[in-house]
Design a protein around this ligand. Structure first.
Ligand SMILES: NC(=O)c1ccc[n+]([C@@H]2O[C@H](COP(=O)([O-])OP(=O)(O)OC[C@H]3O[C@@H](n4cnc5c(N)ncnc54)[C@H](OP(=O)(O)O)[C@@H]3O)[C@@H](O)[C@H]2O)c1
Length: 254
């Protein structure tokens, strides 16, 4: 464990919450954020000395200022983990649902990731500490998905943004490790409880794999061996074939 001070945005539920609990158990100083104040209180109650929190809505303009306050109360930041994200039904291409996805998964993502990058870049001392960034995108971003146009496109955006930041850091001599985490379907509050999703995984198992990928400072981690195989096939398919594939991503429970 290299990181002593870990900030997790989107720590109130699912994968982010699981990661927060892992880093707290590992003895790190952990700063947690999200909109759900009750869940944040539950996390700080684990160890009020070591766990600090801030209510942050990444779609709001004050999110970077609130992030700075959280970093200060945590005592600094060696690792930033971005877990915030939303998924919505897109069958009818409802505009407000799709723009909500973009506001959180794209605009909110850029807002937070650029604030974190600047935080590391603009301070020579922090740069020497070889800090890290990890963000959860998704296997959904590998190809455009007909059932989830805005969600799959938002996740492709996130991965491309991370790749671009990596190149920018190299160019600017910022020694930051950037990890793009791509889980497959994982049973969390993100998923519809009335559906079964293809190759669904258990949340605790996925949290463990993400934790290891971050600690090993991998640039890219597809979570789950079956998803590694499937995504390799997806990437290799010609556009014309991909278009004709009507993959059933989920089934409604009987
Ligand atoms: N579960 C899957 O199958 C799966 C697969 C691939 C990728 N992912 C990605 O993994 C990430 C975590 O998802 P999850 O499965 O753990 O879902 P989850 O249990 O629903 O957690 C989502 C997290 O995002 C936070 N969030 C949402 N909107 C936010 C906002 N405006 N400001 C700040 N935080 C916000 C939520 O916190 P608040 O509600 O407290 O704000 C919550 O902590 C997401 O980016 C998701 O797209 C999930």
């Amino acid at each position: 464990m290299r990181e002593k001070r870990v900030i997790i945005v989107g720590a109130t539920s699912g994968l982010g919450r699981g990661l927060a609990e892992r880093y707290i158990a590992a003895g790190c100083a952990v700063g947690v954020a999200g909109r759900n104040a009750v869940a944040l209180k539950e996390l700080t109650a684990i160890d009020p000395e070591r766990v600090k929190s801030e209510v942050i809505d990444i779609t709001a303009e004050d999110a970077p200022r609130r992030l700075s306050e959280l970093i200060a109360s945590t005592g600094g930041m060696d690792l930033y983990i971005h877990c915030s994200g939303i998924l919505k039904e897109e069958k009818e291409l409802d505009i407000s649902g799709q723009t909500d996805i973009v506001a959180t998964n794209v605009t909110g993502f850029v807002r937070m990731l650029s604030a974190v990058y600047r935080y590391y870049r603009d301070d020579k001392e922090k740069r020497k500490q070889k800090p890290a960034i990890a963000a959860i995108s998704s296997i959904a971003g590998i190809r455009g998905l007909g059932d989830l146009p805005a969600y799959s496109a938002s996740k492709a955006f996130d991965s491309t943004y991370l790749e671009a930041l990596r190149q920018k850091a190299d160019k600017e001599g910022v020694k930051v490790t950037i990890t793009d985490i791509k889980p497959g379907w994982t049973r969390t509050a993100l998923l519809d409880s009335n559906r079964r999703y293809i190759l669904e995984m258990d949340s605790a198992v996925v949290v463990n794999k993400i934790y290891n990928a971050i600690n090993n400072r991998k640039p890219l981690s597809v979570i789950g061996i079956r998803w590694k195989i499937l995504t390799a096939i997806e990437r290799s398919l010609p556009r014309g074939i991909w278009r004709k594939l009507h993959i059933q991503l989920w089934r409604d429970n009987q």
